[in-house]
Design a binder for this molecule. Sequence first.
Ligand code: DSN
Length: 422
Amino acid sequence: MLDVKEAKLALRDTDPEIFALIEEEERYQQDSIRLIPSENYVSRAVLEASGSVLTNKYSEGYPGKRYYEGQLYIDQLETLVQDRAKALFGVEHANVQPYSGSPANLATYYALLEPGDKIMGMSLPHGGHLTHGWNVNFSARFYTAVQYVVDEETHLIDYDNVRDLAKSERPRIIVAGATAYPRQFDFATLGEIAREVDAYFLADIAHIAGLIVAGVHPDPAPHADVITTTTHKTLRGPRGAMILCKEEHAKAIDRAVFPALQGGPHNHTTAAIGVALKEAATDEFRAYGEQIVRNAKALAAELLERGFTLVSGGTDNHLVLIDLTDKGVTGKKAARALDRAGIVTNYNTIPYDPRKPFSPSGVRIGTPSVTSRGMGEDEMRRIAAWMDEVVASPEDEDVSKRVAAQVKDLCDGFPAPGLPAS
Ligand code: DSN
């Protein structure tokens, strides 16, 4: 394997333009506070596996049954990664080939449903995901979609309403999972509701997989027929996905991933997922998961103290959804101003948002990346104070410059994992 320096020299000599852009991105990732809750910093080991010669190999099929020769090491690799996934999540079967979260969900529907069957998932503007039945997505075009929403007052899932909707709509599958829900899912109750209406239960744990492994979010494994997850969010692996399921669904899931929907697996990604799973089985990872939640709570508490309105009033996971309506600034304007100040967030709809998705009322933030850098509650309070200053004066360049300099100072003290400077 090329060492890091050697690999970078080759890139610089072959393609100086791409080399320069990657260098700039590295610097940006080191010098900014990254609060997008679906992002993280992977370890150097995960990066090395992602950038390995495994990218050279085709291996359509599964271990022991491939359509290409030369699988001596690939079969061992994929079996090892499957075993790690099964052990870590306590499931009977693991498919580690899906290219990302949306294909993993598509494969699950393909395996369990017929075209036109009914999917019941959480509405996108209420925190769900496109693939849970949102109207512009394949999940609503090729299937029939019904959506549950959060309560208008509390912004929490009302499980009685979910049960009533399930009983009246009789979906074939109920999906639990979110991209912007700052509270925990009650997987036990959702599994119970699914059984009451004879539906499958899919838990999409993309955002919270790392929290589940760390024991700071309830575990869906005893309740779900199928679990899907991306591997690059709180789980802190490469961009990829997995489908975890009971043995009774294993064949259908495997056939859906290949040959129904995908070709050859990305073996370099499989290897990097394996490394991340090994890292996730450690005490250090558990401590990181616990700190993610403590940091999110500290950030939320300080924002509340400073007069911000938070969807559901706070958080008990890794993310905080800020409703900026009272501040008289749109989510987009605030997110742009924060970016100029070195604090990277994303604008986001809030439940019952009167504004359009391209310029919504909210900003979504989260603590996985800053926690991976080793930041704690004190740093969260400083970050909240900077956010307050910037959002109060989103057009004031002096404020954003001053905050950006302070952000850089803080970042210098917390080298980002995986980057060459660390
Ligand atoms: N795009 C992801 C997120 O940012 O939450 C979800 O797929």
